[in-house]
Design a protein around this ligand. Structure first.
Ligand code: BV8
Ligand code: ZN
Length: 255
């Protein structure tokens, strides 16, 4: 065991309350492409082209095509050992809040798998950027489970709200859109209350999510980072474990 791993394990063992901030990197080993890595989602497109309200207004068909492709891809992925280690840790006892930037639903599936017939709620994530498998109406904000199929054959064929005829869209937060205020408040509150923040698989460039760990630091807490590379948060981390989350988290969180 490396010196960093034993130091990080000690910080986890001593923690009274833990907050986790996860990003696309925790789902990479499940086969979900990250945003900024090689082969990343943004490779073929730039965020401004797709994950913005302007893009949806300009070309809803293209935006729906991209999300329908991502939904299908995510549906074929399963939680990996990193998601499961986090879920088991959150269910095992230390009060833990999992804040995720991911919209792939894999933390929720890991919580349900780890809980079995038990209560998964202590391991259910706070999804600050929404969820790709839910639709939201652009007109009346109604949330509905994602339609199994999205007909992108023409703008007229795109899904509409059963209540108000408004255009349906994926229930995710786009660039330039405000996050749900009560979700953000909840994320920052649990980060403020935590004495350890575990930052996993995020490039820490998207705000306000990337500022969540700062709330733990401001309150005298400690940062442990798990990533393949250094990030803007590395300088403030007590320990940075460089390597794949699917391998490092089970070792870090094993009792
Ligand atoms: C807002 C949902 C205001 C959609 C997403 C200039 C400075 C600061 C901020 C801004 C700025 N200009 C604009 C802004 C604001 C903007 C922003 O932060 N832009 C950034 C790019 C500069 N933020 C916003 O627009 C936010 N809203 O500010 O609103 C406002 C307020 C009031 C009223 C109106 C408006 C909204 C941001 C939310 C955008 N939506 N997703 C979708 O998914 O389709 S963000 C998107 O990026 C994903 O959610 C993703 O999670 C997130 C962050 O990316 P990461 O998760 O970190 O993924 P990434 O690929 O970047 O990194 C992966 C990491 O994992 C890497 O470090 C890699 O090394 C590592 N890794 C890879 N494999 C592994 C691994 N680690 C471990 N193990 C592995 N196996
Ligand atoms: Zn509606």
């Amino acid at each position: 065991m490396t010196q960093e791993m034993s130091r990080a394990r000690r910080l986890v063992a001593e923690a009274g309350r833990v907050v986790v901030l996860s990003g696309a990197g925790i789902s990479a080993e499940s086969g979900v492409p990250t945003f900024r890595g090689e082969g990343g989602l943004w490779r073929s497109y730039r965020p401004e082209e797709l994950a913005t309200p302007e893009a949806f207004a300009r070309d809803p068909r293209l935006v729906w095509e991209w999300y329908a492709w991502r939904r299908e891809l995510v549906a074929s992925c399963i939680p990996n050992a990193g998601h499961l280690a986090l879920a088991r840790f959150a269910l095992a006892g230390t009060p833990t809040a999992i804040v995720t930037q991911n919209v792939d639903g894999l933390h929720t599936r890991a919580a349900e798998e780890a809980a079995g017939t038990g209560d998964p709620s202590p391991a259910l994530p706070i999804e600050v950027h929404g969820a790709i498998h839910r639709d939201k109406c652009s007109g009346c904000d109604a949330r509905t489970p994602a339609l199994p199929e999205v007909d992108v054959s023409s703008p007229q064929a795109l899904p509409r709200c059963a209540e108000c005829e408004g255009m349906l869209r994926p229930d995710v937060v786009w660039f330039g859109e405000a996050l749900e205020s009560e979700v953000v408040a909840h994320a920052f509150r649990v980060a403020h209350e935590a004495d350890l923040c575990l930052v996993v698989g995020t490039s820490a460039v998207v705000h306000p999510a990337a500022s969540v760990p700062l709330a733990t630091l401001q309150n005298g807490g400690t940062l442990v980072e798990v990533n393949l590379e250094r990030t803007p948060l590395t300088g403030q981390a007590e320990v940075t474990l460089l390597g794949p989350a699917g391998e490092l988290l089970p070792e870090l969180l094993a009792g």
